[in-house]
Design a binder for this molecule. Structure first.
Ligand SMILES: [Zn+2]
Length: 283
């Protein structure tokens, strides 16, 4: 049984009919025969347009704009017989891009909270400098609460999570492989210019701060001190990072995912080429 009654599944004759058209990537949630076309949707009474949209299968958190008979409405607007409804996806990318394009760096800071299935994606996002909360024991309510309180975008493989009432910004990840998910995320939120590689701890999401070589004495193995002069320390967990072979692996992975960093991002300051190896502070 679906959690909300679907007018289309209703065995009784619907008393009213509205025409719906979903745009762009919202079609991913529709059965093939309803994609990219106008279709009739029966319903009874005068339900909120949000409830009918979700009954059709589209999480409201992916919706940015609803027009009823050409007028922009909010989710609570009641649907009536004969209405024509147009539903558009988050314009995160579309309306912000022209503003941010004229600046060397976007003004907006995009922050995420990820569901328990996206641990590898969380590490990738952190490696590229994005503030990304993730725990493998998060439950749905915790994710929703954190997203709400901290204005974070939820990334999830669970469409149901995006149907929680207070969720306003979220994306159901279309891809299942982490590198493809990374690519999907950067594209969906227009983030390639916001990439700041290796400025954030991949393990705990803390910010990395440069650490002078002399201050690394006693905290990292002697052979590492002899071979490297650039270090950074996580301000949260104390892990110390230095460049090394892992850097090459990360770059190779990014290339494998065909992630082409914007030149501005490539030239952005990072503390060092990559977090090759990390160690906990011995103190
Ligand atoms: Zn850390």
């Amino acid at each position: 049984m679906p959690s909300k009654p679907s007018p289309r599944d209703n065995p009784g004759p619907a008393q009213a009919v509205a025409e719906f058209r979903f745009y762009e990537e919202l079609n991913d949630f529709l059965p093939p025969e309803l994609r990219k076309r106008t279709f009739s949707q029966g319903f009874n009474g005068t339900p909120a347009v949000k409830d009918v949209i979700e009954a059709i299968g589209v999480p409201h958190a992916e919706v940015d704009l609803v027009l009823i008979d050409g007028e922009s409405v909010n989710f609570s607007r009641r649907l009536h017989d004969g209405n024509r409804v147009a539903v558009y996806p988050m314009f995160e990318r579309l309306d912000v891009a022209p503003l941010t394009r004229v600046r060397p760096r976007p003004l907006r800071r995009t922050r995420f909270v990820l569901d328990v299935h996206l641990g590898t994606l969380a590490r990738y996002l952190r490696l590229l400098g994005f503030d990304t909360l993730y725990r493998n024991d998060y439950d749905d309510h915790e994710i929703v609460r954190v997203a709400h309180e901290q204005s974070r975008i939820i990334l999830t493989r669970d469409k149901g999570l995006l149907k929680h009432r207070v969720v306003t910004r979220g994306r159901w990840m279309r891809h299942t492989k982490p590198l493809e998910q990374l690519r999907e995320t950067l594209a969906a939120f227009d983030l390639t210019r916001s990439v700041r590689p290796f400025t954030r701890c991949a393990v705990c999401n803390g910010s990395l701060r440069p650490l002078a070589q002399r201050k690394a004495i006693g905290l990292v193995p002697v052979r590492v001190l002899e071979r490297h002069d650039k270090f950074a320390r996580c301000t949260l967990c104390g892990r110390i990072y230095w460049p090394g072979t892992h850097t090459a692996r990360i770059r190779k992975a990014l290339e494998g995912a065909a992630i082409d960093l914007d030149p501005a991002a490539r030239e952005a300051p990072s503390h060092f080429p990559g977090p090759a190896k990390a160690t906990r502070s011995v103190r």
